[in-house]
Design a protein around this ligand. Structure first.
Ligand code: HEC
Length: 150
């Protein structure tokens, strides 16, 4: 009896691996990328790449567990939804107003601790932002936002 239950469970775990995840493909060829096209301070580049780019760019790095259902479904959903709102890899294709709106959103999310999503630093401790990291992003975003309308 116990054995049957285990076999059933293992069967289910194997079967759910076959369900497509809709995980977005990654690519390093992003001519419209924010970092590629703008002279950002190194500290800001490093924070964005470490704490945001997995969900907000075409350069998501997928760790092994993100290939295993059901975690793969959660990761794929976060990346899909994240990129829909904000994709740094497509930054230069946005018009000025859209950029300004996103810059406002970034300032808001980063200063109130809404981003990165809370689940993310559990598996990526290096992505956790200190107070001074948050301040660096906000300072950069404010001056970038102003420069859009100069
Ligand atoms: C684990 C994935 C993940 C990481 C890492 C992440 N985000 Fe997000 N982000 C999302 C998702 C999913 C959404 C859309 C749904 C939501 O708002 O929760 C989003 C939405 C946003 C939005 C739009 C919010 C709005 O007001 O509509 C901004 C701006 C944003 N993220 C900025 C950032 C910045 C900046 C970082 C890095 C400091 C970051 N995110 C890191 C997943 C992520």
């Amino acid at each position: 009896m116990k054995k049957t239950i285990w076999l059933l469970l293992i069967g289910i775990v194997v079967l759910i691996q076959l369900i497509p995840t809709g995980r977005p493909e990654s690519t390093d060829n992003n001519p419209n990328d924010l970092i590629v096209n703008n002279n950002l301070p190194d500290s800001v580049v490093s924070i964005l790449q470490t704490s945001c780019y997995d969900c907000h760019s075409n350069q998501s790095v997928y760790p092994w567990y993100s290939y295993v259902a059901p975690v793969s479904w959660l990761v794929a959903r976060d990346v899909r939804n994240g990129k829909e709102e904000l994709n740094f890899s497509e930054w230069e294709s946005l018009d000025k107003m859209k950029k300004a709106k996103l810059i406002d959103d970034i300032i808001e999310e980063v200063s109130d601790g809404g981003m990165p999503l809370q689940i993310y630093p559990l598996m990526h401790p290096e992505a956790k932002l200190t107070k001074s990291d948050r301040q660096m992003i906000v300072d950069w975003a404010e001056s970038y936002g102003e420069s859009l309308f100069e």
